[in-house]
Design a binder for this molecule. Structure first.
Ligand SMILES: [Zn+2]
Length: 417
């Protein structure tokens, strides 16, 4: 094991200065780090991705980055992980601090990713899938999956500007499909495709009309919830004239309380709106966008690929489970081999805690608390504080001597094949 200094991404949508959980963790892990008051701190990348390979914080180690270390000592991945993922760390672990919404998007499955990469390498840079998991650190707001049909029908009725983009035929088809799952999926696809295929002038006019109406109703003290008014105005202020503003009538608005998670499997439309979270994903950059973006939108691919299965917002919260082997561990174990996330909560009463070995390389992030970490294989002990990031090799266990009074909270990413 050894400590890492991780890459910060200052994307414009990030929370500013010390409002950002990313910035707070950076200062915690490195007291001399300088946080600029007006700068966005969007993402902390804990992994070996070439665009943000973590630096090894121990100058006795010849390799300077985690990626270089893994290339030299692939056995640190664990034999199964090394073979299954061609000697690469299969996941990228992150912290995100979201101030303004990120684009609505979906990620292809492996099969589609390979096809898209072969056809359009400029838009789809690799042939891998990109399942993602977000675990809230603070109250976290996002969009995820298609709403139950009765909610979409309600908006079609209450929001004439939305109805105009979908059109009467498609809306009627959706209404008459209720009760027949296959027909509903088809009708939903037709409705969404109609909206996404609208000419820009048409949807911009409808959007301006809608924003004007909702603003006036709000000013007159009327309840605008039947038009999802607050969210509409918020997204419109961030992305004026963007088709993604209408997607709030199709997609679930999901709010995660700290510790709750959302798993974004293949073809699931989603967007992050506001808040801080831990994120873990498979190593890939394949993203198909659907709005709230100034980037390229591939409408055909998007509308073909999406998962048109309506479901409630509450069903989008991914169930975490207690680890039967360790009462301090909560498992977030998605149905993909690439990664599993564990939340480790060491209670105040426990002063000596062992981070159990697994047959996979792990990355550990300290969210709260202090400890001295020791391992038989390490060059030296490592002092852990809030924001410390530790790389742990496969089959290496780490002893924590907890020094903080109120216990410790850590997140761990690994691959449990
Ligand atoms: Zn995504």
């Amino acid at each position: 094991m050894f400590p890492l200094t991780c890459a910060v991404q200052n994307y414009a949508w990030g929370k500013i200065g010390l409002d950002s959980e990313v910035a707070k963790l950076v200062v915690g892990g490195d007291p001399v780090a300088v946080i600029e008051r007006d700068k966005p701190y969007a993402e902390l990348w804990m992994g070996a991705h070439p665009k943000g390979d973590a630096q090894i914080k121990d100058n006795r180690i010849a390799q300077t980055t985690l990626g270089q270390w893994i290339t030299h000592y692939p056995a640190c991945l664990g034999s199964k992980v090394k073979d299954a993922f061609q000697g690469q760390l299969p996941f990228l672990f992150k912290v995100l601090s979201v101030n303004t919404a990120l684009s609505i998007q979906a990620h292809p499955n492996k099969e589609l990713a390979a096809t898209l990469h072969a056809q359009f390498p400029e838009h789809y840079p690799d042939n891998n899938h990109k399942p993602e998991m977000a675990i809230a650190l603070t109250r976290f707001q996002g969009l995820c999956g298609f709403r139950p049909v009765d909610e979409i029908l309600g908006f079609l009725q209450a929001v004439p500007e939305f109805h105009a983009l979908v059109g009467r035929d498609a809306a009627e088809e959706l209404r008459s499909s209720v009760g027949d799952e296959v027909r509903t999926g088809r009708a939903l696809k037709k409705c969404f495709t109609k909206m996404m295929s609208c000419e820009k002038k048409v949807f911009v006019d409808e959007l301006n009309e809608l924003v004007k109406r909702v603003t006036q109703e709000g000013a007159a003290g009327k309840d605008t919830s039947s038009s999802n008014g607050d969210l509409l105005l918020r997204l419109h202020s961030q992305y004026p004239g963007d088709i993604g503003c209408f997607s709030i009538y199709f997609l679930n608005y999901v709010v995660l309380e700290p510790g709750q998670a959302m798993f974004l499997g293949a073809n699931e439309p989603h967007a992050y709106i506001y808040g801080d979270c831990i994120e873990c994903m498979a190593c890939s950059d394949n993203t198909v966008r659907a709005g709230l973006t100034r980037k390229y939108i591939d409408v055909n691919t998007l509308c073909e690929m999406l998962n048109y299965k309506p479901a409630s917002a509450s069903s989008k919260i991914f169930p975490c489970v207690p680890d039967p082997a360790d009462p301090c561990v909560t498992l977030y174990d998605p149905p993909v081999p690439d990664f599993t996330v564990m939340k480790i909560q060491v209670p105040a009463s426990v002063k000596d805690y062992t981070v159990a070995s697994v047959d996979s390389a792990s990355i550990l992030l300290v969210i709260e608390g202090d400890a001295m970490a020791t391992s038989a294989a390490a060059f030296s002990d490592v002092t852990l504080t809030r924001g410390s990031v530790l790389f742990v090799s496969a089959n290496e266990s780490v002893s924590l001597q907890v020094t903080s009074q109120s216990g410790m909270t850590l997140f761990r990413a690994c691959s449990l094949l």
